[in-house]
Design a protein around this ligand. Structure first.
Ligand code: GDP
Length: 534
């Protein structure tokens, strides 16, 4: 329920229409997040926006006046940040520590805003808020320009699939409303964000505290002729989710008595009708939809986002974590997942780690197989790395160690995003989104593509595990040759025997003993480790 509005409270003459004049059915919904470094003015911006769109109750307005005198950071003036900094701990410290969700509306649109913490140690809260946002408002203090936290937050919002960014260059009053400062920060940010694949970036010069460019153009910045923040929020069209194939991750097997067996969950994508043939993945068992049940009763069809219970025409074995999809599909055999990771916990993650992956409604063991790169916080460029520490963002290859049905994030958000969990402490270690799913192949089997010994990897940091292993064995052969014959020639002969003889032996084995494990039908080639993007 949207807050009722007390229009009489406003003394400002040109405020937008109050939210009570809305016809909810006609309004679209936009979710956005405010992020940036601490003290950039996120809470002030959101508080002032709530104020100016009339989403503040009279009692809240009175409390704001009282609190501004007691806790305010703006002298005797209203401190709009206090409207959204609800927790007393953060009031006392003057920082935002949790994700605060706010609801407000204008005649054109309803909004859900996530106000998230700016401090680095609260990156996980920020990532949580961003994961449901359509648009990110990224605040920059005009005096400070683009900071490491601006880059980090930009890569996180890109990681979780946000497509549109509003670069809010705030506190323009403190740089003399200088257009040159605004343009320089805008250009720096656009150059930086070019790697992140946003659909749109809009830069705005703001004074959040006083409301300039929030809902009205600013007389103090006549050089800016673009839209206000509210104009943008009201008109940006959220990127539509891909309406793909039907997938229902089974969250719960609903079996109240021997006569009923239903499978409950939220439809991840696509739609289904009663009578449609289905396959249960990963096993590949076939059946047909018998009934679709919802709290409102039986239905003929269900679509993405709806919570349903389905029953099947056969006594098919279905468990929590399975995925019901439409049509006929072969059993799914897991290969590797190439994913972008954000480390949320204090544990450092490195190739060789054995963890749990929670994806959809399934949780299975997973092996961290390789780390392609880490994103530098300096310029967001990919850098070689051996591990990822807290707040680190990188590209990794993961190998589920039990059958797990996964999809690229672009195809299905629910089956394309996951959490990595510590198998012993059960703490959440990282969140990730999948770029590519590859079927099993011999080349990718753990024995042959797992990480090389850490000591060897240290001697040759840029080498791939197979190269490192191969060079190490050749050296061992050379040493054995030298010890046996006491001559360098002996060392050379044995090294050559290893270098030439081993590949030859492999080729002969492949020729007479072909691999039994064929790639899965929908297999995508084994991922390279140096692809573009994040
Ligand atoms: P947050 O930590 O990003 O949520 O920042 P706050 O909203 O708490 O603001 C931090 C400080 O900056 C407060 O003292 C605000 O009054 C002040 N502030 C916010 N916006 C502006 C602005 O546009 N101009 C000036 N001069 N100060 C501002």
């Amino acid at each position: 329920m949207l807050p009722a509005v007390l229009a009489a409270r406003h003394s400002e003459p040109d405020l937008p229409e109050a939210a009570t004049a809305l016809r909810p059915a006609e309004r679209s919904l936009l979710r956005f997040i405010t992020c940036g470094s601490v003290d950039d003015g996120k809470s002030t911006l959101l508080g002032r926006l709530l104020w100016e769109t009339g989403a503040v109750y009279e009692d809240q307005a009175e409390a704001l006046a009282r609190d501004s005198e007691r806790f305010g950071t703006d002298g005797k003036n209203r401190d709009y940040a206090l409207l959204v900094d609800g927790l007393s701990a953060e009031r006392e410290q003057g920082i935002t520590i949790d994700v605060a969700y706010r609801y407000f509306a204008t005649p054109r649109r309803a909004f859900i805003a996530a106000d998230t913490p700016g401090h680095e140690q609260y990156t996980r809260n920020m990532a949580t808020g961003a994961s449901t946002a359509d648009v990110a408002i990224l605040l920059v203090d005009a005096r400070k320009g683009v900071l490491p936290q601006t880059r980090r937050h930009s890569s996180i919002v890109s990681l979780v699939g946000v497509k549109d960014v509003i670069l809010a260059i705030n506190k323009m009053d403190l740089v003399g409303f200088d257009e040159a400062v605004f343009r320089r920060i805008e250009a720096e940010y656009r150059a930086l964000a070019a790697r992140l694949g946003f659909r749109s970036i809009h830069a705005l010069p703001l004074v959040a505290r006083d409301g300039d460019t929030l809902t009205r153009r600013s007389a103090r910045m006549p050089w800016y002729a673009g839209p206000t923040l509210l104009d943008l929020l009201e008109t940006l069209e959220p990127a539509l989710p891909v309406d793909g194939r039907f997938y229902l991750p089974v969250q719960w097997v609903n079996r109240p008595n021997a006569d009923f067996r239903g499978f409950s969950g939220t439809v991840a994508s696509g739609q289904i009708r009663v009578g449609d043939p289905v396959t249960i993945l990963p096993q590949g068992r076939a059946s047909r939809i018998a009934e679709i049940l919802t709290p409102e009763g039986a239905r003929n069809a269900a679509k993405a986002g709806e919570a349903v219970t389905v029953t099947l025409a056969d006594e098919t074995d279905v468990a929590r974590g399975d995925v019901i999809t439409v049509g006929h599909r072969p059993p799914h055999t897991s290969g590797t997942l190439t994913a972008r990771l954000l480390v949320l916990g204090e544990r450092v993650l490195a190739p060789g780690d054995r963890l749990l992956i929670k994806l959809g409604s399934a949780t299975v063991p997973v092996r961290f197989e390789a780390l392609a790169h880490e994103l530098s916080v300096e310029d967001l460029s990919p850098q070689p790395a051996r591990h990822l520490a807290m707040n680190g963002i990188g590209k990794a290859v993961l190998r589920p160690e039990a059958p797990l049905f996964a999809l690229p994030y672009d195809e299905c958000q629910m089956l394309g995003s996951f959490l990595l969990i510590d198998p012993i402490a059960h703490a959440t270690l990282a969140m990730g989104v999948i770029e590519m799913v590859a079927g099993p192949s011999r080349a990718a089997s753990p024995e042959r593509s797992g990480p090389a010994h850490p000591l060897l990897a240290q001697l040759w940091p840029s080498g791939r595990p197979e190269q490192i292993r191969s060079a190490a064995t050749t050296l061992l052969f050379a040493l054995a040759g030298f010890l046996l014959t006491g001559t360098l020639a002996g060392a050379f002969v044995l090294a050559a025997l290893d270098g030439i003889g081993r590949p030859l032996l492999h080729a002969l084995l492949e020729r007479f003993w072909p691999p039994g494990e064929k790639p899965a039908p929908a297999a995508i080639p084994e991922p390279g480790l140096d692809g573009g993007g994040i």
